[in-house]
Write a protein that binds this ligand. Sequence first.
Ligand code: AKB
Length: 312
Amino acid sequence: MTKSILIIGACGQIGTELTLALREKYGDVNVIASDIREGTDVLMKSGPFEILDATNYDALEDIVMHYEVEEVYLMAAMLSATAEKFPERAWTLNMNSLFNTLNLAKEKKIDKLFWPSSIAVFGSNTPKEQTPQHTLMEPSTVYGISKQTGERWCAYYHAKYGVDVRSVRFPGLISWKTQPGGGTTDYAVEIYVKALEKGSYSCFLKKGTKLPMMFMDDAIRAAIELMESDGAKLSIRSSYNLGAMSFAPEEIAESIQAVIPTFTISYNPDFRQAIADSWPSSIDDSQARKDWGWSPEFDLARTTAEMLENLR
Ligand code: AKB
């Protein structure tokens, strides 16, 4: 089945791989990449690309109309660490881009919307282990507040206007094709890069900081599987908890040492420690498993093998 899909924020860490995966599945010309800047060569050369600021509704609507877009994946966002430095810019980007796409769906200009939420919606009062789908949520970061608010708007637009919006709460994402930018979980990518470049890594989180993480292939599959699943079976229209693995910096270091025995890690926590401390350690994703068959494939050992092999 051919459909026209628009990716907003296509040049970022998730957007790049998502665009390539969707192009492979639905055909290069049917997947339109867009961002405020150009991306990697592979992305730019593999299909249509448009410069787009997702906070500009008219520009977004023009692209949607021009390409007769049916589905949108909104991946543009300012992540947790950067958002703490630019709170108002983060709020404007994260909220206005979501409103613009929700309104397009409300006006029936698109059929379906994917919007990622995050484990950042939880706060330090939330149960840390096996954090439930429905629980106390008092996020303490600008990014977390924008994601939690976004979740409520998604649920509202679905209930009130029948908008088909689907979402998952991504944990930290580990990938090698495109570097992450501005997140608290970015250390789990940097560590592999530095292990190969220098043989050592100075971690901005302290030993024992256990966070939920996921390899990018699982994250991309989750987004596409959720978008392709039967809408009638989806009981959550805010955002689904999504789990894969959980580890602390010393555990990822040990998994690297199994391949590079001389690798060393040191700890120099900065402001991102407080953000990480407010987030869960592990996630209960049983609702996603039940409703649309979610099941992760990558554990830490497999992730380390993939990262080291491909970054080399
Ligand atoms: C971040 O660290 O800000 C993101 C996230 C967990 O949403 N990777």
